[in-house]
Design a protein around this ligand. Sequence first.
Ligand code: SF4
Length: 366
Amino acid sequence: YCPTGAISIKTHMDEVWDALADKDTRVVAQIAPAVRVAVGDSFGLTKGRSVMGKIVNVLHRMGFDEVYDTAFSADLTVMEESEEFLERLEQNENLPLLTSCCPAWVKFVHDQYPEFVENISSCRSPQGMFSAVIKEYYRSPKNSGGKKTIVVSVMPCTAKKMEAIRPNSFTRGKQDTDIVITTTELIRMIRNSGIEFETLDPEACDMPFGFSSGGGMIFGVTGGVTEAVLRRMTEGHSKVELDAISECGVRGSEGIKEVTLPYNDTQLNICIVSGLANARTVMERVRNGEASYHLIEVMACRRGCIMGGGQPPRAGDRTKAAREKGLYNADNVTIIKKSDENPLIAPLYDGLLKGKVHQLLHNQES
Ligand code: SF4
């Protein structure tokens, strides 16, 4: 919140409680990667350690019908964004590709660098993709059982509230993400529920969308989107190959990182940015012809979503490092690291997404 009280962000906890109280409504949650490493210490647990399993448990107890991990749709984002990137590379068109999963950055480009709007990836963010997929699944009367479906997304970010009501992210003219709450609002709701979060056992996400790769999980930290896309573009999946990607310069908390990698006959120039002041520095250099990249990943918050405006505030260096480590550790213990190897992805493309990829996974022309 603004320390002077001049700006306030609307909270949406009451809307969630109302939805949970309505027995004719199915309430489905999706949890962004960065949330899991920013909740535990509010309940006396180890700083930065992932408490995703406890979050799933507490949401079930509060009355959510299904709980999912947004890392699943981050896998979809990797699939779509890497395909879009390879197409643009082949046609040498609209490069550098600018990532689109951070709504504050997307708005910044529209406002400050309109000549680069065409360069923004057309992919919806993981939040947008997941909500569209869930709503599409429950359009079928067989799946819906006559109930209305409300999607609640739990995000590290107040800008995601704005993204959810952006008309070019709607499907068939309708909003897909019904309610967005921040990590801080989630913590307040857990406290208000009276449930002893710290004592809860971990639970797994629900099906049919309850599995994600490590690549989807690291979206919450700067460089994570690029690392996941590079994993997808690499044929192999051995530890040696994946370690080579993680050590090529994509990791680390610097605000501007540059990586050059061979890909077929091209030397790929990639820039990874966190913080809008750094984004301005990079975009000025690109605009003036002083720098040239094939891909620019930008997260508006320094270090990425782990330090988003909806996360618990007053995070010092130890907390920042612990949240980053927490996400990389969550990736470390995931058997499947590459988004394209998530076993739920191919059946989704062959089934629910058939003929609807553009409609459900990409933003419409604005
Ligand atoms: Fe939101 Fe910040 Fe993440 Fe952008 S970087 S999506 S503004 S939390």
